[in-house]
Design a protein around this ligand. Structure first.
Ligand SMILES: *Cc1c(COP(=O)(O)O)cnc(C)c1O
Length: 398
């Protein structure tokens, strides 16, 4: 008897790649667990604990029995507090009905893409990009179109570049400022010009602002949805609690969208994840309400990040052949390694093997001439890692 040939996996599952950043981090942690002295720069999360007052609020919520389903888009108090936050911080008029709390900022991004992108639609993704955007676009049936901007332009695309990439099929532009992996920040003027191009062509924007509060040197984070009525009607703003409040494991992302899109996102969420964890949302509510405590915790973290940022960038820049911009935000540096004649995967594999330094190859972010190092790690690891990288690079031909 002949059996019909059965394909085990769907086209979606066969085409998706695993997150390379999580993979590097897992490998470094496994090596460390096996007793190896690894200098890990793979982390995509703050190395600080969640502030105590946030934990206490979640514990109190658990004790009070907040253990049941919540409304799909989030508890009402938190949506109100988020709407108020956008008004206070950016002057963006938001109604609670436009706010959705989701299980992680990553899921917020995915739902935003699903809500506006149909099969065959093109989505413009500036590169270097966050690893998940292209995969999410593909899972929505869309086609990612990459626009590259290297360190020579500060990792920022220009309005002309954007204009040139737009076709009749373009549906969405993805923006991520401050950027993971480059730490680049678009200024108000730069952001206004990009938004102007998108609006003129009737293109929606997903603005991933998860690093909105991780900005150095007194720089300004710009929330493009606050540029005016037209912008507010075209832009989906994604953020969350993971990075600002060291709450990665809590899985709490946020979306602010025009009403019709917000409703679609709630419907999509209602049929997939349902609400984000109920008691966790009370912790997030405390983070927004207890502004002084939240500000103090953030300031402590930012002081450490700022010191490490300068130290790591200066150390990398001092390695002959390496070129490394000083990032304006987030907690990553993205040095250019092209002078060493190795692709980024080979570079990363060899430096892990020879020197036990874990970093993420730039190819994962659509930039094979670079590697990403996270400075959400201790000063001791940075010092050790810099010594090892200097030795490693000194042994390579240039
Ligand atoms: C960390 C991150 C997110 C969201 O993270 P969650 O842990 O899912 O909240 C979204 N976008 C970028 C660029 C990130 O680096």
């Amino acid at each position: 008897m002949s059996s019909p040939s059965v394909q085990l996996l769907s086209s979606w599952a066969s085409n998706v790649s695993p997150s390379p950043t999580l993979a590097v981090d897992a490998k470094a942690k496994a090596m460390a667990a096996a007793g190896e002295d690894v200098a890990g720069f793979g982390a995509g999360e703050p190395d600080f604990d969640t502030p105590e007052f946030i934990k206490e609020a979640a514990i109190a919520a658990l004790r009070a029995g907040r253990t049941k389903y919540a409304p799909t888009p989030g508890i009402e108090e938190l949506r109100k507090a988020l709407a108020e936050k956008y008004r206070a911080e950016y002057g963006l008029a938001v109604e609670p009905a436009q706010v959705i709390v989701s299980p992680g900022g990553k899921f917020s991004c995915y739902l935003a893409i699903l809500a506006v992108c149909s099969p065959g639609d093109e989505v413009i993704v500036p590169a270097p990009y966050w690893v998940s955007y292209p995969e999410m676009v593909k899972l929505a049936g869309g086609v990612p179109k990459f626009l590259f901007a290297g360190d020579d332009t500060g990792f920022k695309i220009t309005p002309d570049q954007l204009e040139g990439a737009i076709t009749p099929k373009t549906r969405l532009l993805v923006l991520n400022s401050p950027s993971n992996p480059t730490g680049a920040i678009y200024s108000r003027g730069e952001m206004e010009r990009l938004v102007e191009v998108a609006l003129r062509h009737g293109i929606k924007i997903m603005s991933d602002e998860i690093y909105e509060h991780l900005v150095y040197d007194g720089g300004e984070h710009v929330c493009p949805a606050a540029f005016g009525k037209e912008a507010a009607e075209a832009i989906i703003t994604v953020s969350g609690f993971s990075k600002t409040y060291s709450m990665t494991g809590w899985r709490l992302g946020t979306t602010v969208a025009p009403k019709a899109i917000a409703k679609a996102i709630v419907d999509l969420q209602s049929q997939t994840s349902s609400n984000a964890t109920t008691f966790a949302q009370y912790g997030a509510l405390a983070a927004l309400r207890e502004k002084e405590q939240a500000q103090a915790a953030l300031a402590t973290m930012m002081e450490a990040f700022d010191r490490r940022r300068r130290y790591l960038q200066a150390g990398l820049e001092a390695i002959p052949g390496m070129r490394c911009l000083l990032p304006g935000g987030a907690f990553y540096v993205f040095p250019n390694i092209s002078a060493f004649g190795l692709d980024s995967s080979t570079f990363a594999a060899r430096v892990l093997e020879q020197e036990k330094v874990a970093l993420v190859p730039g190819v994962a972010f659509g930039a094979d001439d670079y590697v990403r190092l996270s400075y959400a790690t201790s000063d001791a690891v940075i010092e050790k890692g810099l010594q090892r990288l200097t030795r490693f690079c000194g042994g390579l031909d240039r």
